[in-house]
Design a protein. Structure first.
Length: 256
């Protein structure tokens, strides 16, 4: 995907087309690819991306076969970028500026709602989940992806990431979704695949720690090459060892 010159790299969102950002970007893509495959297999026609950010995920979801993909974000700069970059090029894609806790959609309007790397940023999680549940039809699905607290902030309820309000373990995420009236059918974790594990062995430390400990200009050349070559298939999505995962992906259902 092309770079996004109209949006600044703030640390709160990842962007396509930036070589030093590619590890983080491709890790985010993993959840979208899973959701796009679900669109293909389920025949979901209307898909919502709540907190769509830069908008690259809307293209992936449309590629799964959805006839209508709705992106929602609160940032007007982001919405303008998505509208000019993606919606203008694909009539299936639309974008709306709105609060996620008050989605401007009808009840039961969407077949599949996804919200990736969003829940950890929000102050009112119950309102957000209630909004997602309201707009998703009975029998439809809500997919939530979020960093695993046990990996990134294991010893504190206060996230290390200054943009995060609250992070979740697998058990905490399940409890939050269940408490909102969603039925969690499946919970999976995103892990490093063989190539990234080999780089961690070379470094003798966590790859995430190595990437965040110093600015990119201070990475050694092999680490930089690893980041620049990262692809979504360098990650594994598994149901085992959730507590050691990088990101959690919950697949929940709205009861009929």
């Amino acid at each position: 995907m092309d770079p996004s010159p109209g949006l600044p790299l703030t640390g709160e969102r990842t962007l396509p087309g930036i070589p030093d950002e590619r590890y983080f970007f491709e890790r985010h893509v993993v959840a979208y690819l899973g959701a796009a495959e679900r669109v293909r297999t389920s025949g979901a026609a209307v898909v919502l991306d709540a907190g769509c950010g830069e908008g690259y995920g809307l293209v992936l979801l449309a590629g799964g076969g959805a006839s209508r993909v709705i992106g929602v974000d609160l940032d007007p700069q982001v919405v303008a970028h998505v509208r000019s970059t993606y919606a203008a090029a694909d009539p299936r894609i639309e974008v709306v500026e709105a609060e996620l806790g008050a989605l401007p959609l009808a009840d039961d309007e969407v077949d599949l709602a996804v919200s990736f790397q969003v829940i950890e940023h929000l102050h009112d999680v119950p309102a957000y989940l209630a909004s997602l549940r309201r707009v998703t039809r009975p029998g439809g699905e809500v997919w939530i992806a979020t960093p695993n607290r046990l990996t990134f902030t294991p010893d504190s309820a206060v996230p290390v990431n200054p943009f995060h309000v609250r992070e979740f373990t697998a058990a905490e995420l399940t409890a939050e979704l269940s408490g909102a009236g969603l039925v969690v059918d499946r919970l999976v974790g995103v892990h490093h695949g063989a190539r990234l594990r080999a780089e961690e062995s070379r470094l003798g430390r966590s790859l995430v720690d190595a990437l965040t400990a110093v600015p990119p200009q201070r990475w050694d050349e092999r680490l930089r090459a690893t980041v620049h070559a990262t692809r979504a298939d360098d990650f594994e999505v598994r149901t085992d060892d959730l507590d050691a995962s990088l990101d959690l992906i919950a697949i929940a259902r709205v009861d009929a």
